[in-house]
Design a protein around this ligand. Sequence first.
Ligand code: ADE
Ligand code: ZN
Ligand code: ZN
Length: 262
Amino acid sequence: WGIDGHLIICRLAQLRLSETAAEAVSQLLPAYANNDLGSVCSWADRVKFRYHWSSPLHYIDTPDNVCTYEYNRDCKDEDGIQDRCVAGAINNYTTQLLSYGKANSASQYNLTEALLFLSHFIGDIHQPLHVGFTSDRGANTIDVRWYRRKEVLHHVWDNNIIETAEQRFYDSNVDELIDALQKNITTVWSKQAKAWEACSKTACPDVYASEGIKAACDWAYKGVKEGSVLQDNYFLSRRPVVNLRLAQGGVRLAATLNRIFR
Ligand code: ADE
Ligand code: ZN
Ligand code: ZN
């Protein structure tokens, strides 16, 4: 996701934290965040160049046109190093954060960075094209037009669908989109939201990745080829999928943090 996608997911999550988790998050956030998780939710994108090792941790490449995800087959970087993908990163930072409040944890890990990475990566794993095909790099090599602009399909899903929705339906105000999603989560989606939280371990990234590649095949890639012009029919039919993934990302980030900081 771009800045707004991550902001939306982290704001939705922070509204659902337990007292204990809210206290831990508040302790771990850097002072400049002003206790707003949303304000630092894109930090992991800004440090990709400084922490070069972190750039493969934002996504998963799966075999072309297979439309399934398997941890052992797919969670590796381009050099084939196992566990170096967004699902492996979520597991790793979850484990690190479980040491919060235990003796010696401070000397071993930077738990502030672990919190910012985990919050960002639970967002990214919900962007359908962050669990995409290998040969097109999650649709980063598919050129399309978004209305009259040249874009790549990956960017349409990271940014353009959200931006166009904000402009057309929310007066270009991201806070109003967040409010609308928040209302839906507590009303029409409240039963489903309970099911989204379910996870028998502390973190369940494999569930989210499997849903992601399915959504990528059924909605993101579907009907699109190099040079396609995407406009109202694509925007209006895919907007519900983006809204669902943003809501699921927020609910699941909160549920994961609530399980970590019990
Ligand atoms: N680079 C390679 N594959 C990618 C993906 N699925 N998403 C983002 N960046 C990528
Ligand atoms: Zn992206
Ligand atoms: Zn990212």
